[in-house]
Design a protein around this ligand. Structure first.
Ligand code: SAH
Ligand code: SF4
Ligand code: F3S
Length: 470
């Protein structure tokens, strides 16, 4: 689910944009959890009078919500900070306030080090302490440089406001909702257990309240988020133990919510209740992101994934038996230390056996402090590049095949946003594909049936289905 691409996450400014209000520009790197967090931080800052802007040039505060997953992702932050330093100098010379905050996983991983490497930074704040951001900015305003990277004992979600209806509406008909954070799995390549801390699940009632608020604000499709979302567990009203399957059954009852998704899952946490939810719940979309990373048992063991390739394939079979139209997506790492050509071929075989509708794949990136970094057998950049190209060619072909298999099918799409051409909207298929649909802006939020007529590089084409009279 993760990319180290950056995106601006500046939700629409509210109508009451006072002339004296401060403006915040938020730049979000990394995974969907960061996108969600950026929204919640923006809401918290709104209480302090900050209005979001999409123009960095007019911002009084620039907040980088960062990702540490691969080296490239982390380095991007420092080059962005170099540019911001110059901007700060120019602003201060004009006697204007200009603050720089670094949030997210680089903040958590590097803490004080960021202040050393980037002296223009005012605030460094880790993912568990976002509710303290307004207070940290106040301290910084009086001259301190603030680093907040403790794992807070209080529940940050209790303290972070959810946007009011109008703002939710402005953000669109799909929304993320973080239900679980952190990770206890300790895959040997991965920084997440160090940057996000150990697994924590949000309580059922808190999640249901937030889902209801989002639905009242016009959200039709909810994607539940967690680094290990299917490790979510909670307690029911009678104290009974609940897992993610139970949460999905509960959320399926929330009025207005027409579609549910969740990401990212670990194969070891796909329990029977969750598979049953895929069988029973029509609102649960037939699409599952289930990363496997490698198809070689030797490498899976070295990665500490704690399952074999055969176990993964057997799991996929059970899921497909429960929901035959389910499409699968995954994450792959090539060039993990010690990966032989045969190990790589095993990954290719696994991909052929599964048939993915979509996938993300990466060259192994050494992360300081993880066990993988200390292992023998690191591979050259050339080998990694060669394997990645071969793997991506196969995955791309599978994606094309999947998209083409949709031609001629009648499917339901959720109309999301204006398309490129007048009279067109972009809709989302059950399998997360973008679909071009002839429809009016007033139909945004509707779910309509269309027939798929063709495929483009990044989207599908469709024609409306005319309902036969009589
Ligand atoms: N919790 C998810 C993954 C979160 S990180 C899971 O267990 O599947 C998202 C993806 O980034 C991973 O699935 C992995 O494919 C990739 N990734 C993580 N660490 C990496 C590293 N050191 N080098 C290359 N890719 C990595
Ligand atoms: Fe990282 Fe593994 Fe945890 Fe996923 S399960 S976040 S890959 S340690
Ligand atoms: Fe990156 Fe942190 Fe997400 S490291 S992938 S932003 S959890």
């Amino acid at each position: 689910m993760t990319q180290d691409t950056a995106q601006t996450a500046a939700p629409q400014a509210p109508a009451s944009d006072g002339a004296n209000s401060r403006k915040v520009f938020v730049k979000t790197y990394g995974c969907q959890m960061n996108v969600y967090d950026s929204g919640r931080m923006t809401d918290a800052l709104a209480r302090d009078g900050y209005v979001p802007t999409e123009d960095m040039g007019e911002a009084d505060l620039v907040l980088l919500n960062t990702c540490h997953i691969r080296e490239k992702a982390a380095e991007k932050v420092y080059s962005a900070l170099g540019r911001l330093r110059d901007m700060k100098k120019a602003r201060n010379a004009q006697g204007r306030e200009f603050m720089i905050g670094v949030a997210g996983c680089v903040a958590q991983a590097e803490g004080e080090e960021i202040l050393r490497r980037a002296p223009a930074v005012d605030v460094v704040i880790g993912p568990q302490t976002y509710h303290r951001l307004p207070e940290a900015l106040n301290k910084a305003r009086s001259g301190a440089r603030v680093v907040e990277t403790d794992y807070a004992v209080e529940d940050k979600f209790e303290h972070l406001p959810v946007a009011e209806k109008a703002k939710i509406r402005a953000r669109g008909v799909t929304a993320f909702l973080t239900v679980q954070e952190g990770c206890d799995k300790f895959c040997t390549f991965c920084v997440v257990p160090y940057t996000r801390g150990s697994e924590v699940s949000r309580p059922l009632s808190q999640i249901l309240d937030e889902a209801k608020k989002l639905a009242e604000g016009g959200v039709r499709e909810l994607t539940l988020l967690g680094q290990n979302v299917n490790a979510w567990h909670g307690k029911g009203p009678k104290g009974e133990e609940l897992t993610l399957g139970d949460l999905l059954y509960a959320l399926a009852e929330v009025p207005g919510i027409a579609r549910l998704r969740y990401t990212t899952s670990h194969p070891r946490d796909m329990d029977d209740r969750l598979i049953a939810a895929h069988r029973d719940l029509r609102v649960l979309m037939p699409y599952l992101h289930l990363p496997v990373q490698s198809g070689s048992d030797r490498i899976l063991k070295a990665m500490n994934r704690r399952h074999t390739a055969a176990e993964y394939l057997a799991l996929i079979e059970r899921i497909r038996a429960a929901r035959p139209d389910i499409a699968l997506s995954g994450d792959f790492i090539v060039g993990f230390p010690g990966e032989s050509e045969q190990d790589f071929e095993d990954t290719m075989s696994l991909i052929r056996a599964v048939g993915y509708a979509q996938a993300f794949s990466f060259k192994y990136s050494i992360r300081p402090g993880t066990p993988g970094a200390e292992m023998d057998g690191h591979l050259s950049e050339e080998v990694k590049t060669d394997r990645l190209e071969r793997l991506q060619a196969l995955l791309l072909q599978q994606q094309k095949d999947f998209n083409e298999s949709c031609i001629g099918r009648e499917i339901e799409v959720l109309l999301e946003k204006p398309g490129r051409m007048e009279g067109q909207l972009i809709g989302r298929s059950p399998w997360l594909q973008s679909v071009n649909v002839d429809a009016k802006t007033s139909q945004i939020g509707d779910i309509i049936k269309v027939r798929i007529t063709g495929t483009g590089p990044n989207s599908l084409f469709s024609e409306p289905i005319t309902i036969q009279e009589g």
